[in-house]
Design a protein around this ligand. Structure first.
Ligand code: SF4
Length: 239
């Protein structure tokens, strides 16, 4: 992190941080999740560690907080969820994820070359592509504990609709998600992204498979440049 970023980080760490609304259990839960991850992110960014280690620690903290948020949301809203181990209809799309997610997903597969290419990185083209995620192996996610937040938050209430969507390769069919659970699961990541954004760290979405391929070439260099405000992910962002 350069000097200007470190100064901004210092100012953020000294500021009051986000408030918690207490007008409803839902608002209080959302704000508490956000506030906790906000504080945790600042704490991790200030650790005197190598950039790659710091980014992985940050990624794991987001994932851990997302898991807790998911469990709290499930208790609070009791949604019907059809997702189960071995069901992978929603893994047949080019996953758009955050750079931090790509770093976490790349770490366990750095020496396993991925066979993956896409005809386009344009947002409007990606929605019409139905090809398996390169991390899907024998119908299972090969990096399940490190899967991106979006994969954790995507919870279908009806598997049959996911199957029809895939069979017809029709992106206009919406997966019936539990939106409450989706929002809560993603909340910790929003807190982390708000800080990264304020520091000027690249927060653009990337195509997961392409970002992992790039990270396999130079993991430490790309991560260090990214945390320093560089644009090392330019070639793999969603455009
Ligand atoms: S990362 Fe794992 S859960 Fe996410 S789409 Fe790929 S295989 Fe599925």
């Amino acid at each position: 992190m350069n000097r200007a970023m470190r100064k901004r980080l210092q100012r953020l760490a000294e500021s009051k941080g986000p408030a918690i609304r207490r007008d409803s259990p839902q608002n209080e839960l959302v704000d508490t999740l956000y506030q906790r991850q906000h504080a945790r992110t600042l704490e991790i960014l200030q650790l005197p560690e190598e950039p790659a280690l710091k980014a992985l620690r940050l990624c794991h903290s987001v994932h851990e907080a997302s898991e807790q948020a998911w469990a709290l949301g499930k208790d609070l809203h009791q949604p019907k969820i059809d997702c189960r181990s071995g069901c992978s209809w929603c893994c047949h799309v080019p996953v758009r994820a955050h750079i931090l997610d790509a770093i976490g997903a790349a770490a366990p597969v750095l020496s396993t070359p991925l066979d993956y290419s896409l005809p386009s990185r344009r947002r409007e083209d990606l929605v019409g592509i139905f090809q398996p995620c390169p991390l899907l192996v024998d119908g299972q996610c090969s990096i399940y504990p490190q899967r991106p937040v979006v994969c954790r938050a995507y919870q279908s209430r009806d598997e049959s609709i996911c199957r029809v969507r895939f069979d017809r390769q029709d992106p206009s069919i919406s997966i019936p998600m539990s939106m409450e659970l989706y929002g809560l699961t993603g909340m910790p990541q929003l807190a982390t992204l708000s800080i990264l954004g304020e520091l000027g760290i690249d927060c653009r979405p990337v195509v997961l498979g392409l970002a992992i391929q790039a990270l396999q070439q130079d993991f430490e260099g790309m991560v260090a440049d990214w945390l320093d405000g560089g644009r090392s992910f330019d070639e793999v962002t969603v455009v």
